[in-house]
Design a protein around this ligand. Structure first.
Ligand code: NAD
Length: 326
C-alpha cells in the first residue's frame, strides 16, 4: 500500500537528485513524484537508475505556471511536498534578479497554494544559511534565532520564500518544516559552482578564478549528509520548526583551492597547480563568512555529519574526473 505520495521539486538538480535517489530506494512504499522544468542546472543523466523504479514518476513543469501546478495537485493529490526547485546561483541572481524572484518567491507561493487546497501532509521547504547574511571572522555562528539579513538577490529571494512558508503555517495552519543549510559539495553539482569549477580548471590547465583575496569562508557539507538531514527532518521534525544544517567545517576559499590542488598533485595529474590560481575582482556584495550552528538538529533529531571533508572531497574529485571524461 502506498503510505505517502510525495512531490519532490527540483529533483533533477544537484541536491534534489541525491534526495530522490535516497527516497525511491529507502521507501519502496512511497509514491515519489519528481518535478523540474529542466533548466540548464538540471541533469536527468544522474537519475537514469530511476527508469526501473516503479515508485517514481517525473513531471516536467515550471513551478511558476500556477495553473499547471494547481491542476497537477488536483489530479495527483500529493500528501507531502519537499521543495528544492530554485534558481540557485548567486552570480546569476546579480545578473537577472527578476528570474530569481519569480522562481524562488512566486514559484513557492504557487506550491503553497496548491498544497493548501489538495494536500494534508507536510510541506518541507529547503533553504540556505545565506538568508542570515554574513559574519565577521570572530562573530558567533548563525542559529535558528539569528535575524534574517540577506545580501544578494538570491538570498533575498530565498529569505522571502522562507517567510511565505512560515506565514502559511501561521495563517492557514499548514504543517511545515524549514531547513537552512550551509554550502553543499559532492557529485552532480553544476560546473558553474565553486568546487566543480576548481576541478574543471585543474583538469583542463585553465586559470582558477578566485574572487577578491580568497579569504571568504564557507562551511562545507557533503551532499549525502544534507540529504540524510532532510530525511530526518521531513519525517521527525516538529511542525512549524526551523532546523539549521551545517558541518562545523569552515574553510577559506583559497585553502579549499589548495586542498584540491593537493589531491591533483597526489594523483600526479598536474605539476604546478598553484600557478593556475588567479584572483579576480570580488563578487558584488560578497559575503565574508558563513558558519552555522546545527546543535538543534543534533540535539532534537540526533543528526550529525558523517562524511569527513577530506574523504568527501576525494570522492567528489574522482567523480568529476570521471564525469569530465564524458
Ligand atoms: P540546483 O540549481 O542544482 O537545482 C535546482 C533545480 O531546480 C534544477 O534542476 C532546476 O532545473 C530546477 N528549477 C529551477 N527553476 C525551476 C522552475 N521554475 N520550475 C521547476 N524547476 C525549477 O540547486 P541545488 O544546489 O540542488 O539546490 C536545491 C535547493 O537547495 C535550492 O532551493 C537551494 O536554494 C537550496 N540550497 C542549496 C545549497 C547548495 O549548497 N547547493 C545550500 C543550501 C540550500
Amino acid at each position: 500500500m502506498t503510505e505517502k505520495k510525495i512531490l519532490i521539486t527540483g529533483d533533477s538538480g544537484f541536491i534534489g537528485s541525491h534526495l530522490v535517489l535516497l527516497f525511491t530506494s529507502k521507501y519502496p512504499n512511497y509514491e515519489i513524484h519528481g518535478l523540474d522544468n529542466l533548466t540548464y542546472a538540471s541533469n536527468r543523466d544522474h537519475l537514469k537508475s530511476l527508469a526501473t523504479k516503479s515508485n517514481y514518476q517525473f513531471h516536467k513543469m515550471d513551478i511558476c505556471n500556477r495553473e499547471a501546478i494547481i491542476n497537477l495537485f488536483r489530479f495527483h493529490k500529493f500528501t507531502d511536498v519537499i521543495h528544492l526547485a530554485a534558481e540557485s546561483h548567486v552570480d546569476n541572481s546579480i545578473e537577472d534578479p527578476v528570474l530569481f524572484m519569480q522562481t524562488n518567491i512566486l514559484g513557492t507561493l504557487n506550491l503553497l497554494d496548491a498544497f493548501r487546497q489538495y494536500s494534508s501532509g507536510r510541506f518541507h521547504h529547503i533553504s540556505t544559511d545565506e538568508v542570515y547574511g554574513d559574519l565577521s571572522l570572530d562573530e558567533p555562528m548563525f542559529d535558528e534565532n539569528t535575524a534574517y539579513n540577506p545580501s544578494s538577490p538570491y538570498s533575498a529571494s530565498k529569505a522571502s520564500s522562507d517567510h511565505l512558508v512560515r506565514a502559511y503555517h501561521r495563517t492557514y495552519g499548514l504543517n511545515i518544516v524549514v531547513t537552512n543549510c550551509s554550502n553543499n559539495y559532492g557529485p552532480h553539482q553544476h560546473l558553474e559552482k565553486f568546487i566543480p569549477t576548481i576541478i574543471h580548471c585543474l583538469s583542463n590547465d585553465k586559470h582558477i578564478p578566485i574572487y577578491g583575496n580568497g579569504r571568504n569562508v564557507r562551511d562545507w557539507l557533503y551532499v549525502e549528509d544534507h540529504v540524510c538531514a532532510l530525511d530526518l527532518v521531513f519525517h521527525n521534525g516538529k511542525n512549524g520548526e526551523t532546523y539549521n544544517v551545517g558541518s562545523n567545517n569552515e574553510l577559506s576559499n583559497i585553502n579549499l583551492v589548495y586542498k584540491i590542488c593537493d589531491i591533483f598533485l597526489d594523483k600526479d595529474l598536474i605539476k604546478s597547480p598553484h600557478s593556475l590560481i588567479q584572483f579576480v575582482p570580488d563578487r558584488l556584495g560578497h559575503d565574508r563568512r558563513y558558519a552555522i550552528d546545527y546543535s538543534k538538529l543534533s540535539t532534537d533529531l540526533n543528526w550529525s555529519p558523517r562524511v569527513d571533508f577530506d574523504q568527501g572531497l576525494l570522492i567528489t574529485v574522482d567523480w568529476y574526473l570521471d564525469y569530465l571524461k564524458g
